[in-house]
Ligand binder design. Structure first.
Ligand code: UDP
Length: 238
């Protein structure tokens, strides 16, 4: 086993990773697959915080298109991330990890409230934390929550786990000649207006010099290789 390049990581997993057919709904077997991958990272000695999305169940935008109030629709989106967080916590437990689900919106009957010091303590004790309910505020995304929490817990990298192998100049699912970038500066990523991460999240990482790695979560050992320092996906730095 090589030496870890990153010891404490923030892993942003979109809700789609837990989805059933067609990218929607929730599939418990998908949660188990995700958990199995997280287990392998943990076995390398990494401290892992996960921010989970909710896009498989609800995105704020879904409601806006039908005239809903954005704050209401976004609250629904944050609640969707809690459902995913609970499911992922359950799956992590089943693969032998010690998960702690924390929420940015207090709901003590189902999960711990997010408290920075407590989150860090969990990591130090080898527990894997799942941060649900995004930032707790509407008008944000879970990418921004991942950037924010990464900073708060002093994570060394933000790994954005997607279905594509990094950042491309155009959608690789639609264009066969799409080019992948090995490395981008924050400014280049911002200027490209890449759909893969929103500008608020990118800016927060830029202002605080937090490296971002965008990679294909489903490619064999992609995250392991990234945390061991191999060039995987697209690295975004200053
Ligand atoms: N959301 C929010 N504030 C946050 C994080 C998320 O309002 O801090 C809402 C927003 O409506 C978003 C939804 O929760 O569309 C689900 O999160 P996201 O779209 O980031 O999930 P992902 O695409 O990663 O599955």
């Amino acid at each position: 086993m090589g030496t870890l390049r990153y010891r404490r990581i923030m892993l942003k997993i979109g809700g789609e990773a837990l989805a059933g057919e067609g990218g929607f709904g929730f599939d418990p077997d998908q949660a188990t697959s995700v958990a199995t991958k997280v287990r392998r990272l943990r076995d390398l000695g990494t401290e892992i915080a996960i921010v989970i999305g909710g896009g498989n169940l609800w995105r704020g935008k879904d409601g806006l298109d039908h005239g809903m109030e954005q704050s209401v629709s976004d609250h629904m989106g944050m609640l969707a991330t809690v459902m995913n967080g609970l499911a992922l916590g359950d799956a992590l437990h089943r693969v032998g990890l010690e998960p702690r689900v924390m929420t940015a919106i207090e709901m003590r009957a189902v999960a711990e409230p997010y408290i920075r010091g407590r989150a860090i303590r969990h990591l130090e004790k080898g527990r894997t934390i799942i941060m649900a309910a995004g930032t707790g505020n509407p008008y944000f995304t879970t990418d921004t929550a991942a950037a924010l929490r990464a900073m708060e817990i002093n994570a060394e990298v933000l790994i954005k786990a997607t279905k594509v192998d990094g950042i491309f100049d155009k959608d690789p699912h639609r264009f066969s000649d799409a080019q992948r970038f090995d490395h981008l500066t924050y400014i280049q990523a911002l200027n490209l207006r890449v759909g893969v991460m929103d500008s608020t999240a990118l800016t927060l990482c830029m202002d605080n010099d937090l490296p971002i790695i965008v990679l294909d979560f489903w490619q064999a050992n992609s995250v392991e290789r990234a945390i061991l320092g191999e060039a995987v996906g697209t690295l975004v730095t200053a």
